[in-house]
Write a protein that binds this ligand. Structure first.
Ligand code: CA
Length: 315
């Protein structure tokens, strides 16, 4: 089994992505970054999701950075309770999980794990990239020991989701995203545009999932209540979106990704209107070396199959 660390701002689709990672990989640990909702709530959501997965092995959860790299004092980034519900779990307010977070810091865990297992541990980034960037910053020598980072973030020359220009994960911490993209570590990026094209589950899909009638599907339906309504009203999308799950499913089985190209990608960190926008230089006007493999098409049916498989496996 391939080994990964998954970095998440656990709310909404992060939970299903986490279940997908636990299904396909040996997850060495889960690290939490500030993002979607209140930080401590994200930690609880990750712990609860691990409990739902009901595994035999212990999967530790480490707290990382609560706020973006350049946030000063108590300055808060934009959270999105309107997308995922106040608890980030579709307003389910689940009981507290029995497992508690570890005492060490997420970035020390990442550094130690990678150093002890060179070229073994890939990273799955489904949150703002603060923790991963800071781990590289604290110990740049880990870059050569990380075989791959799969990132849900950005867009490829299309509409953002938190602003018209930017996707949420890159928008919250563009400095972190920039640092990671220029780290020299092989990167695959699955953007918001891939999510809206290939990951949407509509009413029929939801019905199909509900009929699986094990506890995995029930969890899926509860988590997705709020986002379904939000997508319809705000993004004019007819169904639930699964960017993080899509990323993890692709990392687990790259044949889900039916087209991809290496491009030069960079992030706008200033921009009056475009902070967090990422440039994908598809015609290589910059003349710069490509640094990111950008996902350009997905086998939607295979993705759905994988999602159902993961949910069905949870009894
Ligand atoms: Ca996320």
């Amino acid at each position: 089994m391939r080994r990964v660390i998954i970095d998440t701002d656990t709310a909404g689709d992060d939970t299903i992505a986490l279940l997908t990672a636990l299904h396909h990989f040996k997850v060495e640990g889960v690290t939490i970054t500030g993002g979607n909702v209140d930080f401590d709530q994200e930690v609880e959501n990750a712990l609860y999701t691990i409990q739902v997965a009901n595994l035999e092995e212990y999967v530790p959860v480490y707290k990382g950075y609560e706020r973006p790299i350049i946030a000063t004092g108590e300055q808060q980034h934009q959270t999105v309770e309107d997308v995922h519900g106040r608890d980030g779990m579709g307003g389910s307010f689940f009981e507290k999980a029995k497992q508690r977070p570890e005492t060490g810091h997420a970035i020390d865990f990442i550094i130690e794990k990678v150093k002890a297992n060179p070229s073994e541990i890939s990273l799955l980034g489904i949150a703002p990239l603060t923790n991963i960037a800071m781990a590289i910053k604290k110990d740049p020598t880990i870059a050569k020991d990380i075989p791959h980072i799969y990132i849900m973030g950005g867009t490829n020359n299309s509409l953002g989701n938190i602003t018209a220009a930017a996707e949420y994960n890159f928008y919250v911490d563009p400095e972190a995203a920039r640092l990671v993209l220029h780290s020299g570590i092989p990167i695959t990026m699955v953007g918001w545009d891939m999510c809206t094209k290939y990951s949407i589950m509509d009413d029929n899909d939801h019905q199909e999932i509900e009929q699986l009638a094990t506890s995995g599907p029930e969890f899926f339906i509860r988590i997705n209540r709020v986002v379904k309504k939000f997508n319809k009203e705000v993004h004019r999308l007819n169904g639930t979106t699964h960017p993080d799950t899509l990323l993890v499913a692709i990392a687990a089985n790259e044949s889900l990704m039916t087209a991809s190209t290496n491009y030069y990608v960079d992030i706008e960190t200033k921009g009056e209107l475009t902070r967090g926008y990422n440039m994908v230089d598809i015609n290589n006007r910059s003349g710069k070396e490509p640094n990111v493999r950008v996902c350009e098409a997905v086998d939607r049916e295979l993705f759905k199959e994988d999602l159902l498989q993961v949910l069905k496996s949870i009894s």
